[in-house]
Design a protein around this ligand. Structure first.
Ligand SMILES: [Zn+2]
Ligand SMILES: [Zn+2]
Length: 99
C-alpha cells in the first residue's frame, strides 16, 4: 500500500536480488502457494528445457481489467498457448557476471 504503487508494463515487482521483472503470485485456487515467476515468455523449446521435477511452468494470462492470472501448466496444456497467455517459470536469478 504505502507508496508501493503498480508499475506499468506488467511486472508487479522486481526481484530484490537481480532487479529482473517478476510477477509475485499470491496463493489462490489456481496456484495454491505463493511464488515469484519470471516475466520472460518461454518458447516451446525452452519449456521443454526447463521442465524438471522441482521447477514448474505456468500459464500467465493478461486480462484487460484486473491482475494477470497465473495457472499451473497442465500436461494437456499445449506449449503454444491457445488463449494468448505467456508461459513462464519460477524466477531464478541469472548468474552474476559482474565480478
Ligand atoms: Zn497457456
Ligand atoms: Zn532475481
Amino acid at each position: 500500500m504505502a507508496g508501493a504503487g503498480r508499475r506499468r508494463g506488467g511486472a508487479n515487482s522486481r526481484c530484490p536480488a537481480c532487479g529482473g521483472p517478476t510477477h509475485h503470485h499470491r496463493a489462490n485456487h489456481s496456484v495454491p502457494f505463493n511464488t515469484v515467476v519470471d516475466l520472460t515468455p518461454l518458447t516451446p523449446a525452452e519449456q521443454a528445457a526447463v521442465r524438471e521435477p522441482n521447477r514448474l511452468i505456468y500459464c500467465l494470462t493478461q486480462r484487460p481489467h484486473g491482475p494477470p492470472q497465473l495457472r499451473l501448466l497442465n500436461p494437456w496444456h499445449p506449449p503454444d498457448c491457445p488463449h494468448g497467455g505467456i508461459h513462464v517459470t519460477d524466477h531464478r536469478c541469472p548468474p552474476t557476471t559482474l565480478f
